[in-house]
Design a protein. Structure first.
Length: 116
């Protein structure tokens, strides 16, 4: 099983980034996918979730209206489009896959730094 995040980097406040997570080794379409983040010195926070078929999404209040989660089950990928980025969005962003009775998997994360 692998979850590999990409797309992180340094961006100025107000800018945009697109994170991707490529999954392999499990039946992607059966798993709910989420993005979490962990800022320096803080706990891991749920950012966004998308259901297995992609029909339902949920977001943390702090990112509503700025971030969009989507998935492509044919390509086994999940994407987080981030816009109007703020310094407080600086964190390591992690991809998570979970399914009742099948377990939960994590990627190693990608660092997003929002700074001028």
């Amino acid at each position: 099983v692998q979850l590999v995040e990409s797309g992180g980097g340094l961006v100025q406040p107000g800018g945009s980034l697109r994170l991707s997570c490529a999954a392999s080794g499990f039946t992607f379409s059966l798993y709910t996918m989420s993005w979490y983040r962990q800022a320096p010195g803080k706990g891991r926070e749920l950012v966004a979730t998308i259901s297995s078929a992609g029909g339902s999404t949920n977001y943390a209040d702090s990112v509503k209206g700025r971030f969009t989660i989507s998935r492509d089950n044919a390509k086994s990928t999940v994407t987080l489009e981030m816009s109007s980025l703020k310094p407080e969005d600086t964190a390591v962003y992690y991809c998570n896959a979970r399914s009742v009775g099948r377990g939960s998997y994590w990627g190693k994360g990608t660092l997003v730094t929002v700074s001028s």
